[in-house]
Every structure is written in C-alpha cells, then in structure tokens.
Design a protein around this ligand. Structure first.
Ligand code: HEC
Length: 473
C-alpha cells in the first residue's frame, strides 16, 4: 500500500518529468538566451558552474538527506553524482517537490523550513540546460559536518530499540514497538531523541511514553517488543496486550503522547530553557506507535535504531501539553470521514479553546487520499490566526511544524481544521484501483484506512510567550 504510494509518487514524478521535459528544455533555452543577453541583471552569473554556484545550493538544502548514509537513496555530493542528476534536480526544484516542505511558506513560517529561493531554482535550471559544467575545482566548498549519533549532543542514556530485519525487496512496514526501560530512580529529561539505525529505511516514528507506578507493574520487559499493525490483524487493544503494556491488574498506565518523533530532515524538538521537558518514571516504556519502515532494494537490512535521553536536573517548569482535533480527538470530524469511491470529500473539525494557550508545534495528519489541509483559529473579535496551509498534501512528509515564536490563541477562539480528500482515479496515490470506499476506522494506522487529525502541542499562556523565539540554534 504505502510501497504503492512511493512507487506511484516516483512514477508520477518521472512521468511528469518526461512530459514536461520538452517544455522545460524550451523554457530553459529561452531563459538561458535572455540571460546571456542581459547577463547579471539579477545576480545570475554568465556561466553557472557546479563548484561556484550549484554545490553551495545543494550542500545547504539537499545533502542533509542526499549523501552516503542519508535518508534518500542517492547522493548529491560529488560532481559526478550531481551532473548525472542535474535535470531531475532542476525539475524537482522548479516543482518545489524538493526539498520536501509541504507547508505553504506564504501562509505561515516555521523553524527549520527548507525552501529554495527563486534565484536558486534558476541557477539549478540554467546549470542543467548548459550541460552541467564543473567549474574550477578549488572553488568547491566543504560539505557541512553532519552530526553522528545525535543531532543535539552527547546523550546521558541510550536505549536500543529492538533490532529489526527487513528482508530484501520488502514493502513498507508499520510497526508498533515497545522500548521498555528501568532506571535507578524517578528522574527528569529535557529531551528525548529517536536516532534511526538505517536512515534510508526508517521513514518516520511517532512515539509516546508509558509511565508506570512502580508497584503496579512487576516486569516492564515482559511481553513482545514488536507488533506489525498491517500483517497482524489485531485491534489496537489486542496489540497492547501482546506487548504486555497493561499494569499487572489489567488497568492501563498513564500515556504521555508524542514524546519522541522522527521524520527525515526534522531535528528533535528542543525548546528554550524552561519550556518542555519530561518526568521520567523509574519504570516505563516508549511506545513507538508507528515505526514506519520504507521499502528495501535488493539487499536485506538489519535496522538497529535507538533512543537518546538527555537528563534534566529539575522537574519540567512548563511541560508541553497536547490535544488533537479530528479522529480520536477533542472534536469530531464533520461530516463523518466516509469517502465514497470516485468522490472528492471536504471535512472539518472545530474546537473552541477554553483558556488562553501558546501553541508550539502542530502536526496535520491524513493518509494517502489527502489532497489539501488548512488550519486557522477564529478569535472572538473576528480576527483570524493563521496556523498552516498545505496546498499539496504529501503522505510521505508529515512534519511536526514548530512555530518560530509561540502563537497565542486567546480563550474563546475556535480552531478550525479543514481537509480535502480525493478518492478518484486522478489521485495517483489512491491505494485502490478502481477506487473503493475508504473510511476512518477508529484511528487505524493502516495507510488504506483514512484519518483526519490536527495535533497541537501547547502551554497555558503566560505574558510575553508570543515574543519567545523557538529557534534554538
Ligand atoms: C529531508 C530529506 C531530503 C531533502 C532535504 C532533499 N531530499 Fe530529495 N529526496 C528525499 C527522499 C527521501 C527522496 C525519495 C527517493 C528516495 O527514497 O531516495 C528524494 C527524492 C529526490 C529526487 C527524485 C528521485 C526519484 O527517484 O524520483 C530528486 C531529483 C531529489 N530528491 C533532489 C533533491 C534536491 C535537488 C534537493 C535539494 C534542493 C533535495 N532533494 C532535498 C529526501 C530529501
């Protein structure tokens, strides 16, 4: 299903690439001609070369993922690698498929957003159309130094995730994984980070923390570690039983949501001093709700991912809280998320906030039929607070978007999330051909069932929150 999604995504991109090739070439030719005529009028060099102009763009925007050991399946580091892919790079840049950033930057801006300028796109196009010349070798800048083992620093504790063997030519897997831990005492953490073993197979992770009361659970390590949510037809509750999550008396421990998330290109949510942080119980487990492994090529892959924990000396002053609109959330999806075959479906969800909140991070969530997503808040005084607009939904890139500064949503404002689904044949990501009825199934994570969720992490508002920068670099 999601392998299908990938395959069709790539297929579609390539198809479009061929169809548009002629047009692109013609456009490039024309632009090239007009530039040589009025060269340098807007900072475009007369001859675009790899070492002087292209490498700085690729090294700043692409090699985070496109390098050996990165999350993409091919590298854009050496001249040869880039020359071979010059046309494809110009195309994906122009279409704003790469770098992957589905949120519209004209609507709202977020921390760490990766968006090429029009100037950069022009450079990539000209370079491709001019035969991708190398330029003087001594002008090549150094590749940025990419952190190993942690994006943030040296962790205080590293907990391994159960290694998982992905067979050769494997399709996507969606796993529910338990990562138990036992500490010498209750403590606090400032940050919890997921580090993938093999970046190009670990696609994304969304993980919660299970917090046990010490005497209610004899053995946190009992039970299975991994349940495959697609191949195993178990309900979520049966899966929780298999993983041995309940307390010994059958009741359920406290679950703290979205404690550890991962998506290629996204760095762990590190907030300024005094914001965020976690209470870590002596006995607990991380519950990776959705460890998504992408397809593998001809080789089998053993993935050994792990979780890094950075301790904190004191309890969290302002722990981050979370709620969600839509599927399994505080406000329902309206109308019900039942998407008839060959139809376009509009849904929304509305929630009025009962007190002033400061929003840190938001995460829109839909599956393969998603087309667009938009969220905003309507204030009691009639003003609108923009939250996010995703004009071209992409199942593969579901970031937790962090605002550059916290966004205050005053008490009595109504948060509105709107989604459009496309269950026609025209949707190249449609998992069914011909299209079939697809619906929300109690938050089923299978990509062939749909979901509509808008997750919001927030703090109760305090004076001045809207001036605190969340860009910690
Ligand atoms: C956050 C990670 C990330 C960043 C940043 C990124 N890419 Fe990609 N890119 C990917 C992934 C993942 C794919 C999917 C194909 C794969 O698995 O290798 C991809 C696919 C592509 C493809 C299409 C290949 C195909 O098989 O259809 C091109 C071309 C490309 N990227 C170029 C770029 C360029 C140029 C940049 C920078 C301007 C860039 N990418 C930035 C992760 C990234």
């Amino acid at each position: 299903m999601s392998a299908y999604c990938w395959a069709s995504w790539r297929g579609a991109a390539l198809m479009k690439m061929k169809k548009n090739k002629l047009i692109i070439l013609l456009t490039l030719l024309c632009t090239a001609l007009s530039y040589s005529a009025c060269n340098n009028s807007d900072g475009i060099p007369a001859t675009v070369t790899f070492t002087e102009h292209v490498a700085p763009i690729l090294y700043n925007n692409c090699t985070l993922c496109h390098r050996p050991g990165g999350s993409a399946h091919f590298s854009l580091v050496t001249y040869d690698e880039c020359r071979k892919n010059a046309g494809a790079c110009a195309y994906v840049a122009k279409e704003r498929i790469m770098p992957p950033w589905p949120a519209d930057p004209h609507y709202t801006q977020f921390v760490g957003q990766r968006i090429l300028s029009d100037h950069d796109i022009r450079i990539l196009q000209l370079w491709a159309s001019e035969g991708a010349p190398e330029g003087p070798k001594d002008k090549l800048i150094a590749l940025p130094a990419y952190p190993v083992g942690s994006e943030i620093g040296t962790p205080d504790l590293r907990i391994p995730v159960q290694p998982y063997l992905l067979p050769a030519n494997s399709i996507d897997k969606f796993l529910l994984v338990k990562v138990p831990f036992l500490l010498p005492a209750d403590t606090f953490a400032s940050l919890i980070e997921f580090i993938p073993g093999h970046k190009n197979v670990v696609h994304h992770v969304n993980g919660d923390m299970v917090k046990y009361q010490f005497d209610k659970k004899a053995d946190v390590f009992a039970g299975e570690r991994i349940v495959n949510m697609v191949e195993d037809t178990a309900s979520l509750l049966q899966a929780f039983q298999k993983l041995g999550l309940p307390n010994d008396d059958g009741t359920y421990p406290v679950l703290q949501k979205s404690v550890v998330n991962y998506l290629p290109g996204a760095v762990g949510q590190k907030y300024p001093e005094g914001i965020g942080g976690y209470f870590l119980p002596r006995k607990g487990a991380f519950l990776l709700n959705d460890l998504h492994y992408g397809f593998t090529n001809k080789d089998e892959v053993m993935d050994s991912s792990y979780i890094n924990i950075f301790f904190a000396k004191s309890p969290p002053k302002r722990p981050v809280q979370e709620f969600q609109l839509g599927t399994l959330g505080v406000a329902p999806v309206e109308p019900d998320l039942i998407i008839q075959p060959d139809s376009i479906k509009h849904v929304s969800s509305h929630f009025t906030v009962p007190f002033d909140i400061s929003v840190l991070t938001i995460n829109p969530h839909m599956h393969l039929l998603g087309k667009t997503f938009k969220a905003y808040a309507l204030q009691p005084n009639g003003d609108t607070i923009r939250l996010i607009s995703i004009p071209r939904w992409d199942f593969s890139w579901q970031y937790f978007y962090t605002f550059k500064k916290m966004v205050k949503i005053p008490k009595g404002s109504t948060i509105v999330a709107e989604g459009i689904y496309d269950n026609t044949r025209q949707n190249l990501n449609n998992p069914f051909s011909p299209p079939q009825l697809v619906r929300d199934r109690n938050g089923s994570m299978k990509a062939t069932d749909e979901m509509f969720q808008f997750i919001i992490t927030y703090l109760p508002y305090e004076q001045g929150d809207e001036n605190i920068s969340l860009e910690t670099k």
